[in-house]
Design a protein around this ligand. Structure first.
Ligand SMILES: O=C([O-])[C@@H](O)[C@@H](O)[C@H](O)[C@@H](O)C(=O)[O-]
Ligand SMILES: [Mg+2]
Length: 422
């Protein structure tokens, strides 16, 4: 491209926002979730936005990437990915971002590249006067449906005020949470984060949801907390109730064994999280649905590549989420809008947060869906006061990586991390 739009600098601002005491297979969410807000500046005065993880190792790798992409044209995304991979070398780090599978050097490069790719597409869209969905091939839907995301939870963090959502530790609590979340957002699909209670209790909770929300697609995700035998038993008990069962057991081989004996499709954001894990999963028929997530599949264009591979091999496609803010929601919405075979409602942790960094109004939920922004770029703008406030909160809170297990062990020293647990 002649002339191009060159990157002149990048600001990376880590932020912390309040997160309720949500329970999962490895512990409990800490009082704050961390994210990094990426602002890419250019010689044409256009700035693009990205959002990503903010643990210390990831921040260090993002800063290393800035060194090698400064001066590049925002249209040269292939070259940018290559430069970032080379600059990171073997710096793979660990999964400081939640239950999203094994990290390899290629998946680390994808994670680091992703927020810069999103920001560059934001810039390209602003320069061309087109929404990001148009740059991805065009929206095939104007609203993107999301799913309610239920958690077992405490009423509040120990020693702090209750968060307002109430305790949910049994089927009644889960159904009450679902009623409130679906009433507020209009969600037409429901996911329960499992792996917290003994499997029989989680089966009971899902059956209670099925009774309270007849006809609504349900999912259960125990994050690999079960053995093959437990997974097969639960799958049989929830026959006709779940649209898919997500990551019941660890590893592609065990997932394949469950898949052979389970009546419903298996989904994953743990045993297939990078391109180099797809061929073995297909060969073994380990999973029938892959949860994409542009934050670790290397951005929006690479997520479209994943969608094409899923279509080729007849795999279903859904979308994964961790705790996130509005820049991520905008990117997820554009991507989902432009992905024809993304036919499941996407995950989002959105209802669990009470703070934001983007100016309100651009992304609203109605009937469980977000209208795809049609303004140029991602269609969201930073609220600079909010950014400063949440950065200040990051500085003060002292958290520097997500550690659900460590936090749980400070509360209950007998807690052990185990996979599978049951
Ligand atoms: O936030 C959580 O506790 C979730 O368990 C998250 O870490 C997972 O990555 C995720 O939502 C999932 O679907 O596995
Ligand atoms: Mg999952």
């Amino acid at each position: 491209m002649s002339g191009g739009i060159r990157i002149t600098g990048v600001d990376i601002t880590p932020v912390a926002f309040h997160d309720p005491a949500l329970l999962n297979a490895v512990g409990v969410h800490e009082p704050y979730a961390l994210r990094a807000i990426v602002e890419v500046h250019t010689d044409q005065g256009i700035t693009g936005l990205g959002e990503t993880y903010a643990d210390d190792g990831h921040l260090r790798r993002l800063r290393a990437a800035v060194e090698v992409i400064t001066g590049m044209d925002v249209h040269t995304l292939g070259g940018m990915h290559r430069r970032i991979s080379e600059a990171l070398g073997g710096d793979t780090g660990s999964d400081g971002h939640g239950l999203t599978g094994m990290i390899t050097s290629s998946s680390t490069a994808d994670r680091v590249f992703a927020p810069f790719e999103v920001a560059c597409l934001d810039i390209q869209g602003k320069a061309a006067g087109l929404p990001v969905s148009d740059l991805l091939g065009g929206a095939v839907r104007d609203r993107v449906p999301f799913s309610a995301y239920l958690f077992y939870k405490w009423a509040g963090h120990p020693g702090a005020e209750p968060d307002g959502w109430g305790e949910a530790l049994d089927p009644d609590g889960i159904v009450a949470q679902a009623r409130r979340m679906t009433a507020e957002y209009g969600f037409g699909a429901i996911k329960l984060k499992g792996g917290v209670m003994p499997p029989e209790e989680e089966v009971e909770a899902v059956r209670a949801l099925h009774k309270a929300f007849p006809g609504v697609p349900l999912r259960l995700d125990p994050n690999a907390a079960w053995t093959v035998e437990t997974s097969v038993r639960v799958a049989g008990e929830l026959d006709g109730v779940l649209e898919y069962l997500e990551d019941p057991t660890p590893g592609q081989q065990a997932m394949a064994e469950v898949a052979r004996r389970a009546p419903m499709p298996l989904a994953t954001n743990m045993c297939v999280v990078a391109f180099d894990e797809l061929s073995s999963a297909v060969a073994r028929d380990s999973v029938q649905v892959v949860l994409s997530d542009h934050h670790y599949w290397g951005g929006l264009q690479r997520s479209l590549l994943l969608a094409g591979i899923c279509r080729t091999f007849d795999l279903g496609l859904s979308m994964h989420s961790n705790s996130h803010l509005g820049i991520s929601l905008a990117a997820m919405t554009h991507l989902a809008a432009a992905t024809p075979n993304l036919t499941y409602a996407c995950d989002t942790h959105w209802p669990w947060k009470s703070e934001e960094v983007v100016v309100p109004g651009a992304l609203e939920f109605a009937d469980g869906a977000v209208r795809v922004p049609t303004t140029p770029g991602l269609g969201v703008e930073l609220d600079r006061d909010a950014l400063a406030r949440l950065h200040e909160q990051y500085v003060r809170c002292g958290l520097r990586e997500r550690d659900d297990t460590g936090y749980m062990q400070r509360i209950d020293p007998s807690y052990e991390r185990k996979s599978p647990r049951w």
